[in-house]
Design a protein around this ligand. Sequence first.
Ligand code: FAD
Ligand code: PYC
Length: 462
Amino acid sequence: MRDYGRAGHGCVGGVSGLRHEAALIESRTGGLLGIREATGIRGMAMGMRRYSAFAIAREAARYHTGWERAWRSPQPKAEYDAIIVGAGGHGLATAYYLAKNHGITNVAVVEKGWLGGGNTGRNTTIIRSNYLQPSSMAVFEKSRSLYEDLSQQLNYNIMFSPRGVLMLAQTEHEKRAWERTWHANRIAGIESELVTPERIKEIVPIIETGGPRYPVLGGLWQPRGGTARHDAVAWGYARAASAMGVDIIQQCEVTGVDRDADGVTGIQTTKGAIRTKKLCIVVAGNSGVLADMAGFRLPVESVALQALVSEPIKPCMDCVVMANTVHGYMSQSDKGEMVIGGGADGFNNYTQRGSFQHIEETVRALIETFPMISRLKMLRQWGGIVDMTGDRSPIIGTTPVPGVFINCGWGTGGFKAIPGSGWATAEMVADGAPRALAAPFSLDRFTEGRMIDESVAAAVAH
Ligand code: FAD
Ligand code: PYC
């Protein structure tokens, strides 16, 4: 797994960076290991031991022989109160909040690969809530605010780094779009700021604001936006959910959905059949495949979104910059790599890989605004399959099959939404119907014409 997310700027969690390092070392030798300590975290019924500075010191003194696995790896039971398909951030957060907020712990999260191995472990970790529509702002700001102390909540350093996110305006049209978003954000009480080219140069000294084709005309700055370490978000939710009794079953592909006249009855998997009356599908780019198994269709297209990182260099940029007119964005990891992404592929596919032309297109686009990157060597690139809806907003809702719920359509922008989405999806699965946060994102908005147009705020060209 890539390791570009270690936060150094205002990272919440203090000493937990050390605990995370310890956990990481163990993860490379076959699974994350936890730290035994007398104090249990509130609500962690299965006896998860807290990570702390004391535990680190004690383990150092006894040659790290006392670590325990961060989550259990059980065989599936015959039946669960609820099954979540997909152990990405959204599925794991849903399981965590089902257990924590609703006391529902007889839950399985079923994952065909390894947890966090989908888009959650492949994204560029940008967190912000400067969307346009009220329902989007509500869910993204709920999420951003949950990120603020998620390390403490999960007792796992997710390395939230509110380093600020800057979205450049490089055309008059874009400038007007950000002005509109800024007004909407102010009305909703979301902190964002319109900034001038001069202020942008102060925030990002390496930027070239006077480019010949697309000079920087201004920007939208969200100072409490930022990044978090993507794998740690998945691992932290997994560990805390497992400790409360949730079974996370990896290497277990769902191959069919069982139903009778009253609705869902269970699933078929590569580890056998499992019964349930509540099934929540949270599989991002594979949503259409799972919906097909359950017997309904989704207005979602699957396309690859790619990213790349450069060789590590000295610290030169301590915020995130998105240049949407030229289709590129960039931040710097704590290891020093420039983390770079561009637009989504222009055709549907299921290939989680990068392509040569994407490196060229994206780097070429960014060079005008960041001339210094023309000298950088690019080290790695990859792709993830994102689930795009027509209005670029997610779907959280019930489906035509009673007992089957869906959470998908986060497209190019769902990492930032993991905590809020998990919170809202857990409410829906617990109650059988969405509450206020999720209600606008129902599937029937596409037939009723209640689109939530976020094609500008989605910010990544597609
Ligand atoms: P995933 O993490 O993809 O999890 C779905 C899981 O379902 C996978 O683990 C998969 O293996 C599993 N699954 C699929 N089919 C089955 C089956 N049949 N049986 C069992 N399991 C199954 N968002 C941001 O907010 N900020 C960013 O900076 C950002 N950058 C991005 C950059 C890239 C290159 C990519 C690809 C995405 C980016 N995103 C970003 C989007 C974000 O990554 C996703 O929206 C988010 O991670 C989706 O999470 P998820 O849990 O829904 O899906
Ligand atoms: O949603 O902010 C975003 C984003 C940035 C890069 C990919 N997605």
